[in-house]
Design a protein around this ligand. Structure first.
Ligand SMILES: C[S@@+](CC[C@H](N)C(=O)[O-])C[C@H]1O[C@@H](n2cnc3c(N)ncnc32)[C@H](O)[C@@H]1O
Length: 400
């Protein structure tokens, strides 16, 4: 039976568990046989589902469980800790926590897993386990689903006492507001892309993450989206590039402790975050707006800022600052976008002043040394751009 889209598959999963509850008989192997063709088999043999956006899957097709190890677990989990506490946001089929349990040698592991969809938790009970520790995740999911009255049969033994998996089945914004401050060594943020789940990329949501992470904790996420990175900066994080796996661009790592980040952002990414309207973050002041409202709010902020306090992101204009652009099509667009900001020469004094924090040696006469971290360079370039446009009289006072 081939079903699309994802909601239909999850509807079938829900129907299966209703039947299981009524009959008291575990037929999960048969359920998997009948539903498996609706799942996507990824390159390492682990399965995923389509996301809510057509063509987008919940995991990379290059290997769902491998992505968990490479993009989430390896770059964020401390090797030597005896005890670790992790927050797995958007835990879905549970692969990130399963990979964590395979990887860590800590004696005590506590994970708070947060997933809004009970059907997705239920689907995890049917998919084949890609690593043995996935069975511990299944046990925790089963427990939560039994409490919710969705599952009626226990098929997995409980995890050993040194592993505590707490499952929160609700919107992650609600969970975050209830969690204690300063307690997680690592946080996995594995939401759908910002266009699908903007509520999990806002400054306010990431500020909650900043509240609950330890001062040296590491946040890992697969996306390199500019609004995510700028929201992380507004929330007080240092940001760096994560490993590349299965997607064209690197993921993002963030920590309040810059020594935890090995790779800075690419210089072009720093510029786009700092200077262009693409770097305007999503906002959700009361942590309660729906996705469309959050997207529209950002669209309106971009419209107001583009060409006034932020350089247009079209043709990646900020990456041409400091370059004598040709009079070709791109060159003409770059010049036009900069002229709107009152910057007449892409390689002139003002342009060099704005990008100086990224340069090995001062290029503008300010005499300052290259700043050490992506966060500092981004904040400094943003401040300098605002100084330049304020000086031009394009904005009146103290713009944010
Ligand atoms: C990319 S998938 C996560 C994959 C997952 N980490 C795994 O190992 O299978 C994104 C997940 O986020 C969940 N989600 C979407 N919006 C959410 C929200 N507001 N709060 C919590 N979970 C959410 C979706 O139901 C989906 O399962």
């Amino acid at each position: 039976m081939v079903l699309t889209p994802r909601d239909d598959v999850l509807g079938e999963v829900r129907n299966y568990f209703e039947r299981e509850r009524r009959s008291g008989i575990n037929r999960r192997t048969e359920a998997w046989r009948s539903l498996s063709e609706n799942f996507i088999r990824t390159a390492d043999g682990s399965y995923t589902l389509e996301s809510d956006s057509p063509g987008e899957a919940m995991h990379t097709r290059s290997g769902a469980i491998t992505e968990s190890f490479e993009k989430f677990v390896r770059p964020s989990i401390p090797h030597d800790a005896e005890e670790i506490r992790v927050l797995d946001l958007c835990s879905g089929l549970g692969y990130n926590t399963a990979a964590l349990l395979e990887f860590t040698s800590a004696i005590e592991v506590t994970v708070d897993m947060v997933e809004v969809s009970p059907e997705t938790l239920s689907a995890a009970l049917i998919v084949p386990s890609p690593v043995p520790s996935h069975e511990l995740v299944k046990a925790a999911y089963e427990d939560r689903l039994m409490d919710m009255g969705i599952v009626g049969i226990r098929a997995y033994p409980p995890p050993p006492p040194q592993v505590t998996l707490r499952v929160h089945c609700e919107d992650a914004r609600e969970t975050l507001q209830k969690l204690e401050a300063d307690c997680y060594d690592a946080i996995f943020l594995d939401a759908f892309s910002p266009g699908v789940s903007p509520e999990l990329y806002t400054v306010e949501f990431l500020s909650q993450i900043a509240r609950v992470i330890k001062p040296d904790g590491v946040l890992a996420t697969y996306t390199s989206a500019a609004p995510l990175r700028s929201a992380l900066i507004e929330a007080g994080f240092h940001v760096g590039a994560g490993p590349v796996f299965g997607r064209k661009s690197a993921g993002t790592l963030a920590s309040k402790d810059p020594s935890k980040l090995k790779e800075p952002l690419e210089w072009m990414d720093e510029r786009m975050v700092a200077l262009s309207d693409a770097g305007i973050p999503y906002r959700d002041p009361l942590l309660s707006s729906d996705g469309e409202t959050i997207i529209e709010r950002r669209r309106a902020e971009r419209r107001l800022a583009r060409g006034v306090t932020r350089i247009s992101s079209a043709v990646k204009t900020p990456i041409y600052l400091g370059v004598s652009v040709e009079g070709d099509r791109i060159g003409r667009r770059v010049r036009r976008n900069l002229e709107r900001m009152g910057i007449s020469d892409p390689a002139g004094e003002e342009a060099l002043y704005i990008i100086c924090p990224q340069m090995d040696e001062c290029v503008c006469g300010c005499g300052e040394e290259r700043l050490a971290t992506s966060r500092e360079r981004i904040l400094s370039m943003r401040r300098r751009l605002l100084e330049v446009v304020s000086f031009r009289g394009m904005i009146k006072e103290n713009p944010v």
